[in-house]
Design a protein around this ligand. Structure first.
Ligand code: C2E
Ligand code: CA
Ligand code: CA
Length: 469
């Protein structure tokens, strides 16, 4: 209530009455409250938002300075949130965030503050730290509660969380520096694998900076087509003929020389640049496959596919378009996929591989033996070729009675039982070759026979001359 009181006097100035006017301002107060809620709290989860968080954080920093304690800033980012949003819809994403917000709160003490910074990002202030054991324990608890399945209506979804932690005053003494560092640490946690936490370390910024530079350069490189495919031949095990080749990408970065794929494919995947890049690879490889298949009957070119590329909504349409545009017979190419693909989304992966197979394109399981996948999916997927990962081949030195040899033998037998062609990659020595031959491995690829070569060199060395000695 807003009350104003006026005094009333008579002619001589003596006080005779008071006049009070009161106004009901409940409505106004309520609006103010609502505005404050809107200004300082997140509508979806009712947690403090970024601006309130910043206020509290700065207040906590003052306290920590006075009391000579530390405080920890946590930066949380959900893993796989986007796929929940994309597959089940935004309503499910919203539900999920509310449930996650409650779970986070259940791990905290009264004095801790959690805020939603936006999207699927949350931050936490943990004040009054002496060492860092409390922070480590909290990080473990958070990861524990967040990896439990979440029930949203009829769906059970699994998300996890990656956490970056920055400590005041060790890693900075203001809001911006500490959030930036916690964010950097969070990215480092994600890069190591999901569902992990990571303290900020000096030097991370430099690495993050380098990455950003690389990402920008990569974007430009795609526009300017600074890429080139190299081709490594594959031979039948008796080394009588070339059966095909594998296309391997290289980045000719002006001023930096030739950059191998291990340095940029992961970044291209994280930034989705692999989609345009992958299309360029596919198209370039198809054109090349056509040239060589016309000169050597039975020649088949293997092309590596990133899981992201294959799972993209329009992959099959893009593939059809490239096949038509380049006049490629599907028999001339083989697509190499990895176990990671199957782990990401087995149903979609199976469907996609079937569509590819229906077109007459061969499919190879690359790096076989390095993933965590079960064997049961292997017989369900439409795969024609198993590529033994080069780590198994290279572990073999010279002793046919060794465990390493037994491993190789087992993988080859597995492929034979499943009626698949078995290819060994990374063959570097004569004794590795002899072992593979003795076990009946179908095809051989490796430096011992030839490194990957640019198209013109490959043409001269392996198409024009054929297999010598
Ligand atoms: P990958 O598919 O397993 O390719 C085989 C790698 O082993 C290639 O490395 C090849 O040069 C190398 N290699 C071949 N023979 C030998 C050998 O005898 N000894 C040793 N130590 N290595 C050998 P590269 O070209 O550096 O490619 C690395 C990885 O990058 C590939 O592994 C593949 O996962 C990825 N990659 C390459 N090109 C592409 C591409 O066009 N698209 C996609 N999505 N990924 C690609
Ligand atoms: Ca490969
Ligand atoms: Ca491989």
């Amino acid at each position: 209530m807003l009350l104003s009181i006026n005094a009333v006097t008579d002619k001589r100035g003596r006080l005779t009455h008071y006049v009070a006017i009161s106004t009901d301002i409940s409505h106004q107060k309520q609006t103010e409250q609502e505005l404050k809620q809107l200004a300082y709290y997140d509508v979806l989860t009712s947690l403090p938002n970024r601006s309130l968080f910043k206020d509290r954080f700065e207040h906590e920093i003052c306290l920590a300075q006075r009391n000579n304690t530390r405080l920890a800033l946590f930066f949380l980012d959900l893993d796989h949130f986007k796929s929940v949003n994309d597959t089940l819809g935004h309503w499910a994403g919203d539900c999920l965030l509310q449930i996650i917000a409650t779970r986070i709160q259940s791990c905290l003490r009264k004095t801790d503050t959690v805020a939603r910074m936006g999207g699927d990002e949350f931050t936490i202030i943990l004040p009054g730290l002496i060492g860092i054991t409390d922070a480590t324990e909290l990080a473990r608890n958070l990861i524990g509660v967040m990896t439990k399945p979440v029930q949203i209506k009829d769906y059970t979804v699994f998300v996890g969380v990656s956490i970056g932690i920055a400590i005041f005053p060790d890693d900075g003494n203001d809001f911006y520096t500490l959030t930036k560092h916690a964010d950097t640490a969070m990215y480092a946690a994600k890069a190591k694998g999901r569902g992990l936490f990571q303290y900020y370390e000096a030097g991370m910024n430099e690495a993050a900076h380098q990455r950003l530079l690389l990402e920008n350069a990569l974007r430009l490189a795609i526009e300017q087509e600074e890429f080139q495919l190299y081709y490594q031949p594959k031979f039948d095990s008796a080394l009588n003929r070339i059966t095909g080749a594998e296309a391997l990408i290289r980045w000719r970065r002006p001023g930096f020389g030739i950059i191998p794929p291990d340095r940029f494919i992961a970044i291209a995947e994280e930034t989705a640049l692999i989609i345009p890049l992958g299309q360029w690879i596919l198209k370039t490889a198809c054109l090349q496959a056509k040239v060589w298949a016309n000169q050597l009957t039975g020649f088949r070119l293997a092309i590596n596919l990133s899981p992201l590329q294959l799972l993209a909504d329009d992959f099959i349409a893009v593939l059809d378009c490239i096949l038509a545009e380049t006049g490629t017979n599907p028999e001339w190419i083989e697509l190499e996929v990895t176990e990671g693909l199957v782990m990401l989304d087995i149903e979609k992966a199976t469907e996609r591989l079937q569509q590819i197979r229906e077109r007459g394109i061969h499919i190879a399981m690359d790096d076989f033996g390095t993933g965590y996948s079960s064997l049961s999916y292997l017989q369900k997927l439409p795969i024609q070729t198993l590529k033994i990962d080069k780590s198994f081949v290279q572990a073999y030195i010279d002793d046919p009675a060794s465990n390493e040899a037994a491993f190789i033998k087992t993988i080859i037998s597995l492929g034979q039982v499943l009626n698949m062609k078995v290819v060994a990659e990374g063959v570097e020595t004569e004794s590795q070759l002899a072992l593979l031959q003795s076990y009946g491995c179908d095809e051989i690829q490796g430096y011992y026979l030839s490194p990957p070569l640019p198209a013109d060199e490959f043409q001269r060395r392996w198409i024009d001359h054929g297999v010598v000695e």
